[in-house]
Design a protein around this ligand. Structure first.
Ligand SMILES: [Zn+2]
Length: 460
């Protein structure tokens, strides 16, 4: 093997000191891992293909023609690449259509408020809703001000802490507002940084309260309305939304394989979600995740590396507003889930990779940490406890060990679910590093002599 110039001295030193009594997983695979990394970094096909897909087809909301055309394109390209068992696996998906929408401050002065309806929201009445606004900074603040909320538009002005925490207001704000008699809910966009860009995303209703329209406004405007309220101003906003839910429509999970040489029925499945929201072009969320897995398989193919087990790339459909792709995959492959040795998802953007989060048995975690050392030359080998992804969650719940690619998350939520999720925010070399990390991890997991040990079933 050629020793690549980018290998650090330390990594080379480790590579030659293999006089350990028993050959470890890392020793066994170091040469091939370095070949994979080198091949991945020579190439910027991942970025180019993501640019082509996102610019040719645009956003890929479930139920849209653009999603189905992008799926057709991907299937055709995968076949042309010589991937095996390329197919679309049918899944019925919900169809939510945004329609025309707007928000405007009407008192104490007139001003347009850039907004995005939340996915799944109902429409306003045809003429819109014009009402006084009550700004709150938390669910408990809303509870404290419940007596003032009736008939108003409740605005949750909640600063971003982390996604998991702050997204609760987007997800459940409409329910909480309806519980205290509000006529609509607005949320401050879920982001740590804003250039007056609204961020959409999923939201929920429950059967106990009225379904009220819900939308996101920008951080800047949420703060402004909050300050107006603090100064004692009476704020009125007009909200117009015409969103509707149409009957479910057929879509597909994109599936392609590198069939295993010895145990083709055992599978490492990896990928991301092919659908996106209907704003921007779904480059980082999550076209990039699907395309790095696809490219990872192409790198292995190019190097003539045929793992013992099958590596299966999946572009799950309908992650964003339904999760039907992940559920459909589970249902279609239920009989073979005990042969799924590992599932890996990339759905946090394809920025510089740092490692993987892993959910599985302690014994498997130790092996994963060893495989991670193979990615130390590109500083992508940190394996931490806990990880997965929305699309693999349904099979993880049935015992399949799961992993999520962890990348530098500094900028992801600046663009997440906005018009600005476009290819220019991504870097070809960082994407190639993601390809390398995904390829090494999937290859070793698929080729190891023994399958990854699973956790004992719960209750045993
Ligand atoms: Zn996503």
């Amino acid at each position: 093997m050629r020793v690549c110039s980018w290998l650090s001295a330390a990594a080379v030193a480790v590579a030659v000191s293999s006089e350990l009594p028993a050959q470890t997983i890392a020793d066994r695979y170091r040469t091939n891992a370095n070949r994979i990394i080198e091949a991945a970094l020579r190439d910027s096909t991942a970025w180019n293909r993501l640019a082509e897909m996102t610019e040719r087809y645009g956003h890929r909301l479930s139920g849209s023609q653009s999603l189905e055309r992008a799926i057709d394109w991907m299937l055709e390209r995968m076949r042309a690449d010589g991937l095996q068992n390329v197919r679309g696996e049918r899944v019925m998906v919900p169809v939510w259509v945004r329609g025309a929408e707007s928000a405007a401050l009407v008192s104490p002065r007139s001003q347009n408020l850039p907004m995005l309806g939340l996915g799944g929201s109902v429409a306003t009445p045809a003429g819109g809703i014009t009402a006084e606004v009550l700004v709150v900074n938390s669910f408990s603040d809303l509870t404290a001000k419940a007596a003032q909320a009736r008939g108003k538009i409740v605005l949750f002005d909640v600063p971003f802490t982390n996604y998991g925490e702050t997204v609760q207001y987007r997800a459940r704000g409409a329910i909480a507002a309806a519980q205290v008699g509000a006529v609509a809910a607005l949320v401050r966009s879920v982001t740590p940084y804003s250039m007056r860009t609204p961020h959409t995303g999923g939201m929920a209703y429950d059967s106990t309260v009225r379904r009220i329209p819900a939308a996101a406004i920008t951080v800047e405007d949420a703060q402004m309305l909050h300050r107006l309220q603090d100064r004692g101003e009476r704020i009125r906003v007009k909200l117009v939304m015409s969103a509707q839910m149409l009957p479910d429509a057929p879509s597909r999970n994109v599936v392609a394989e590198l069939v295993g040489s010895e145990r083709p029925d055992e599978v490492v499945v990896f990928g991301g979600h092919i659908d996106s929201w209907d704003v921007g072009r779904g480059a980082m969320d999550d076209g990039g995740g699907v395309i790095v897995a696809w490219e990872a398989v192409r790198v292995l193919q190019r190097l003539g590396l045929k793992p013992r087990r099958t590596i299966r790339v999946v572009g799950w459909t309908n992650e964003e507003n339904g999760g039907r792709g992940g559920q459909g995959y589970r249902d279609a492959h239920r009989a073979s889930l005990d042969k799924h040795v590992l599932a890996i998802e990339s759905d946090g953007g394809v920025f510089r990779p740092q490692g993987f989060g892993f959910t599985g048995s302690d014994a498997a975690f130790e092996i994963m940490k060893q495989i991670g050392t193979l990615l130390d030359p590109i500083q992508a080998g940190a394996i931490t406890r806990g990880g997965g992804g929305a699309d693999i969650a349904p099979i993880m719940a049935l015992g399949v060990p799961g992993m999520g690619l962890i990348v530098d998350g500094t900028r992801y939520f600046w663009f997440h679910h906005t018009e600005a999720d476009t290819i220019d925010k991504l870097d070809p070399r960082e994407m190639a590093l993601c390809v390398a990390a995904m390829a090494v991890m999937a290859f070793v997991a698929a080729d190891m002599p023994d399958p990854l040990p699973r956790a004992a079933p719960a209750g045993s």
